[in-house]
Design a protein around this ligand. Structure first.
Ligand SMILES: [Zn+2]
Length: 430
């Protein structure tokens, strides 16, 4: 393969000012296992094939190139970070990991300095592709660049603060203090050139963006993480309500375990010996979907309360399905998303001392997460701007699957246990 696509190993420790935060990685073999390829070689190879297959049309020589990144925990001490690209024109393979091509793979954590160092040659190539275009067999191909990943990776690549800071939003100066303001009409307005030059004067930005050639409206959130993290939050809110009422006891735990068993979901509770908090199994995506759609909330709450929470869960599921549907009207989605936020923030009604007429509300603005924010306030705009591909085309499902596959291969090669460690780390677990 090395004859067609040039592969090279990079010594990460060669960079003097690079924080070697991999001190916990002791295996010398792992230190060297940093794979770096030349994207142009891969592109030349693929583009000429796609042209032969008539997927690319030389009379409209525009390549839509999607870049993604993913960091995966592979046990307590080792993490694998992978950067890929995908040709969006190859529409039938958007969700196939084999068509997301790896440009860099390294063991470390997701940190700005490390990612910047590793990606320097790739970013230079992207600059040249965008500015000079790429000539293959007499055709000059133009490039439109996109980026998508989970929140953490995206924020790091954009040089943004952490998700819990005041100005957390990659797309606009949305403030955490106004996250529950139903009258806000935030638009995607940040400009990548401006952030690149003046990052230190723009609230929330602490470093210049790594991919300074990708416009902000081509930086798209990952619909898979929107689903996973919002579902997590809805489930946490249910459990914390039970705890608030002092009802998180053995009976409740048994009710939850029995219902999970009925739904054919492998689920357990255990007590953390240090914190004495009760922890529970992190579910994979399909099981999360089962809980969201079918968990009988009446087992945990009185009927009227269960109906209200069930409505919130069902409406979220509908909103998520609408996000993935290419036919969804963006303005209708915007309305539907706002209605879901209104439902999430349902206030109490009546007087708490008047038990008969009092109705407890749902949740508070400070319980809105960044993923909820992006779905509610920016989701419609992505639907509108990316009609050509749809939001689902930027899903990181295939990228996560690819990282999982690569990590599995790596472990089979490196460890005698054949990657038993890996089996404990299910797909989706971050
Ligand atoms: Zn925002």
């Amino acid at each position: 393969m090395n004859r067609i696509i040039k592969l090279s190993l990079v010594d990460m420790k060669a960079k003097d000012n690079l924080e070697v935060e991999d001190a916990d990685i002791t295996d010398s073999e792992i230190d060297q296992e940093i794979l770096d390829t030349i994207a142009k070689d891969i592109l030349c190879y693929i583009i000429s094939n796609l042209q032969k297959e008539r997927i690319l049309d030389p009379s409209n020589p525009v390549i839509h190139l999607r870049i993604s990144g993913d960091g995966r925990n592979v046990g307590r001490k080792i993490k694998h970070v992978m950067i890929t690209f995908m040709i969006l024109n190859h529409e039938s393979y958007h969700h196939n990991p084999d068509y997301h091509y790896t440009v860099a793979l390294y063991p470390s954590t997701e940190k700005y300095n490390t990612i910047k160092f590793i990606l320097e040659p790739f970013v230079e190539e992207l600059h040249s592709l965008k500015e000079d275009e790429l000539e293959i067999t007499g055709v000059l191909w133009k490039f439109k660049l996109y980026f998508s990943s989970d929140w953490k990776f995206l924020a790091i690549c954009l040089g943004l603060n952490s998700a819990n800071s005041k100005y957390f939003c990659p797309w606009y100066l949305c403030s955490k203090n106004e996250i529950g303001d139903l009258n806000k009409d935030w638009h995607i307005e940040k400009n990548i050139d401006e952030i690149s030059i003046n990052y230190n004067t723009i609230s929330g930005h602490i470093f210049p963006p790594i991919f300074n050639i990708i416009p902000v409206d081509n930086i798209i959130f990952d619909e898979l993480h929107v689903f996973l993290r919002i579902t997590d939050r809805l489930w946490e809110l249910v459990l914390s309500e039970i705890k608030e009422h002092g009802l998180f006891n053995n009976i409740t735990k048994k009710v939850i375990l029995d219902e999970m068993k009925w739904l054919k979901i492998s689920f357990q509770f255990w007590e953390n010996k240090d914190s004495h908090n009760w922890e529970y199994t992190s579910l994979v995506g399909d099981d999360k979907k089962k809980v969201l759609e079918h968990f009988n909330l009446e087992l945990l709450f009185r009927p009227s309360r269960a109906v209200l929470i069930r409505k919130l869960w069902d409406e979220f599921n509908l909103l998520y399905c609408a996000l993935k549907n290419k036919k969804t009207n963006p303005l209708e989605f915007k309305k539907q998303a706002k209605e879901w936020l209104i439902l999430f923030l349902t206030p109490l009604s009546g007087n708490p001392s008047d038990f008969k007429n009092f109705i407890k509300g749902l949740y508070l603005p400070n319980q809105i997460t960044p993923y909820m924010h992006v779905l509610i306030f920016h989701g419609w705009e992505f639907l509108e701007k990316h009609k050509q591909w749809d939001v689902k085309a930027f899903s990181c499902f295939a990228v996560e699957k690819k990282n999982h596959q690569q990590v599995s291969t790596f472990f089979r090669k490196t460890f005698k246990n054949g990657g038993n460690l890996l089996r404990k780390n299910q797909l989706y677990k971050k």
